[in-house]
Design a protein around this ligand. Sequence first.
Ligand SMILES: [Zn+2]
Length: 434
Amino acid sequence: MSSFLRPASADFPCDRDRYIPQLRFAPCEAAELFQRSALSWHDGQLDVGLQYAAAAVGVKCGEFHDPCELAPFWHIALLIKARKLEAGWRALNSLEAGRGESESQSVTATSHIIRGELLFTMGRVDEGLAEVTAGLRIAERCGARSLRPSGYVVMTLGALRRADMRACRHFVDKLTDEAMLGYFGQAAGAWVTAQVAEARSGVESAAGLIAGIVTNPQVLRQLLVSEPAAASWLVRASGKLGAPDLAKAVVAAASAASARHPQFSIIQGAALHSAGLLEKDAGKLREAADLYPDRWCTVSALEDMAGLMARRRSERKDVIGILESALGTYTAVGATRDVSRVVNKLRDFGVRHGAIRTVERGSDLPHGLTNTEFAIAELVSQGHTNSEVGRQLFISRHTVAFHLKKVYQKMSIASRVELAANWKALQSNAVSAF
Ligand SMILES: [Zn+2]
């Protein structure tokens, strides 16, 4: 895991050059601006990175240098990180309109991956993941590496939200391979890897990686201008680990990023969200929710606010209202894991939603399984224990055992081994692309 946290510049200069060539090798002005942009972002300066990227796009270079071909996509990637989604969408469409027939495979791959990332961030999850999948397939075939890691990060986030642990493991393996080669901009990869470890086996199993991210100022700076959900996740995880110093370090860094980027409401929101969690300040969480331009982030801040309000019985009705609306949004953006967690919280308030409402998988599940039974069968077939399944779906292991019995009856089987054997045959569509 520690390979994620290796400084990008030191150990693998050759491989790093392949991603972002050193400044002195820049073949033209546009390429040099692109490199300055990448290095600025790498150091947590998203504002400067965006300025250089826009300048690189503005310079017309007649040659077909790799960096000059990639610069417009890089610009859009930074717009996505800044959650300037409309600007990103416009830039992508005008880029597509001007593209010729004879473009390289790596440009085609990059275009798919960026479009997918944009759609995913807009909450159009299925379309987004399909685009990224198509882009990664081309990128893996033609050996283009520059945007593969960011594609794997999106796929891992998508798999996490759907509680698809098999896909999570697959993409974390891919990210680990890239990390071995010292890819450029490794912070988001380290963070999604920590999230997967927590989801699979509890927060302790991610402790080393979390500490590694938080105590490496350069990695933390880069993460905080790349993934808006990272700051609040790290504060929550540090809290579970009983590591208040880590939580404080995250809040301080998020506040520094926010001071540096006053014009980016996504970074402002993330700083307020993490501070609100640490200080148990519902007002800051409400402010964060209002500031966030990202639906998932907004709901996440409101859910945390409901958590604070739930301590007072007088606010019960409001808390239920917030959680129910969170449930609706998480469902709309395909976030099965989040749906499960909120259903469980509502159950604590005596509000029942029957089975866990998972995202529609299409109307016909095999053997007439319910969504909950399907999710449990999927995880059990991957070799998870009832406790592990319970942790991933936020239900008790007794509830898992209860549903599993139903699965056995419906499938006319008697054991986990039989389930795993039968499940493989059923599962032809999940991650077959890889
Ligand atoms: Zn050029």
